[in-house]
Design a binder for this molecule. Structure first.
Ligand code: TXA
Ligand code: MG
Length: 339
């Protein structure tokens, strides 16, 4: 029987991780948003291993991570002084942190990173251990979330083990992910900024820097499929009164605030995202609690809808895709787009 990936930590863990990445390997790494599956952004064979381990289609591009803003011109090109100034202001406010910017790709970046697009997604990570890995390696790291394609994102080393333990050899443990949701992805253009994926940096925070444009499209970025982040069990967002759920006794319940005892007693298992009603706390617990329900003995999962303000927008974005994925599959676009 395979023992799965080795979980390492501390300075020794960083050294092992750097050595593996240097020789073209891939490793699970901690970030402040969710755990990533990293490869040297300049080694095409290592990049190919990421897609293979995740079962991810090659059409879905990867985010490149830097330890500091000063590295940006190793991976991207500024198209104008205006863009450079805007990126500097955004970097000053939000980096290191959970903001990913789409910029023009540097010609030296392998095509696999961007799936053939001339735009590259870049962010500066705030996780100290991941920064250390990047600095010691001396190269940017491409890293998608460290889950099987379409599945719940990992927010601990053990989550990565349970997703990819058989497909990778090393996971660097950096504790639980602080934000618990993937970075906000923003594309910049002469008309303004468009949020391609909502996340911990909210529209209100970004609005101060540049006009936000809203465009309707089902798929904002190649990876934003309607079915994603999905549990294996069927997930339903509650639309009517919780007391009307007829099969509650075999099901799990995910709530925002603490439910009444009468409600809680009807379900087999209840996970409360934030007893005090704090959306940031709810975001930090979201994937961990969804995974706990999924891995428990419940037959299916019901979830309350959360208020769509601030980071609540990002949580509901993930919850809806998780519901869709649990019912219709998380595969490729042509399979999962609704008629
Ligand atoms: O917080 C995060 O962003 C985490 C951590 C590990 O940094 N990463 C993450 O990566 O969420 P991933 O691969 O699970 O999601 C990245 C999303 C995908 O939907 C992908 O299609 C999109 O970003 N993306 C990446 N590069 C892109 C590009 N060049 N153009 C358009 N979309 C891109
Ligand atoms: Mg992902």
């Amino acid at each position: 029987m395979s023992l799965g990936a080795r979980i390492v930590s501390g300075e020794e863990g960083v050294a092992k991780c750097v050595a593996l990445l240097q020789e073209g390997g891939i490793a699970g790494v901690p970030t402040e948003t969710v755990y990533g599956l990293a490869a040297d952004a300049f080694q095409p064979l290592a990049l190919a291993s990421i897609f293979e381990a995740k079962g991810r289609p090659l059409t879905d591009p990867l985010i490149v991570h830097l330890p500091e803003s000063a590295w940006i011109e190793r991976v991207a090109i500024f198209e104008s002084d205006i863009e450079r100034a805007l990126v500097n202001r955004l970097a000053g406010a939000f980096w290191p942190g959970p903001l990913t910017l789409l910029l023009k790709k540097h010609p030296n970046i392998p095509e696999l990173v961007t799936a053939g697009s001339d735009r590259i997604a870049v962010r500066v990570t705030a996780h100290p251990l991941f920064q250390e890995v990047l600095r010691k390696l001396g190269s940017p790291l491409a890293a998608p979330s460290a889950n099987r394609f379409g599945r719940i994102s990992p927010v601990s080393a053990l989550d990565v083990q349970s997703e990819l333990g058989e497909a990778i050899s090393l996971i660097l443990d950096g504790g639980p992910s602080r934000h618990g949701l993937e970075s906000t992805i923003v594309s910049l253009s002469s008309e303004g900024m468009e949020i391609l994926r909502p996340g911990p940096i909210t529209e209100d925070q970004l609005n101060e820097f540049r006009h936000i444009i809203h465009r309707e499209s089902i798929v904002k970025t190649p990876g934003s499929l309607p079915g994603h982040y999905a549990p294996r069990k069927r997930l339903s967002i509650l639309e009517s009164d919780i007391m009307e759920v007829s099969n509650a006794v075999a099901h799990g319940l995910l709530t925002f605030r603490r439910p009444s005892e009468e409600v809680a007693a009807r379900f087999q298992m209840v996970k409360v995202l934030s007893p005090g009603g704090d959306l940031k706390e709810a975001a930090a617990n979201f994937y961990a609690y969804l995974r706990a329900l999924d891995e428990s003995g419940v037959e299916g999962i019901y979830s309350e809808a959360l208020p769509e303000v601030g980071i609540g927008i990002a949580i509901m974005d993930r919850l809806r895709r998780a519901e869709y994925g649990s019912k219709h599959g998380t595969g490729h676009l042509h399979e999962s787009r609704s008629p």
